[in-house]
Design a protein around this ligand. Sequence first.
Ligand code: S3P
Length: 163
Amino acid sequence: MMKIYLIGFMGSGKSSVGKNLATSLGISFFDTDSYIEEYTEKAIPAIFADEGEEGFRHYESNALEQLSGIEAVVATGGGIIEKTRNKDIMDEDGIIVYLHTNFETISQRLQEDKNRPLWNQDLNKRKALYERRLPMYKQFSHYIVETDDKEVEDIIYEIEDVM
Ligand code: S3P
């Protein structure tokens, strides 16, 4: 059974790489954010507003558990590393690939995106979140792939290479 989890900061390309990788491997693609939005019938900013970040994290771990044992490429939310339990869930049945992207590239991609509550705050807070999480992604992952200045195709080849 093949299972690949993509982790990384918001805007690192987990969804676009994930979709293309799944197609290339001929397996299913799941996105934990979409899964949560369908399950709750709410958009992510509304979940954060109504139930707080903790509420969202709860749905996120549940989503991972629901996908347990299923062959797929899974694009996770940028905060998946906020719960150590999530690493145990993912370690059970898959390989965890960290898509590393520089803060400057992410800032250019996301600009003033309003759909991500933890990006929708001042620059110092965005940067502090990025810095705090960097070592956490490294600790969670089995492989690190550099994504700056690379085409999706090249990133996919690199992931397929380490599998
Ligand atoms: C979050 C990242 C988002 C989404 C939510 C929280 C985070 O996913 O799960 O807004 O804590 O970094 P993307 O990484 O897909 O943007």
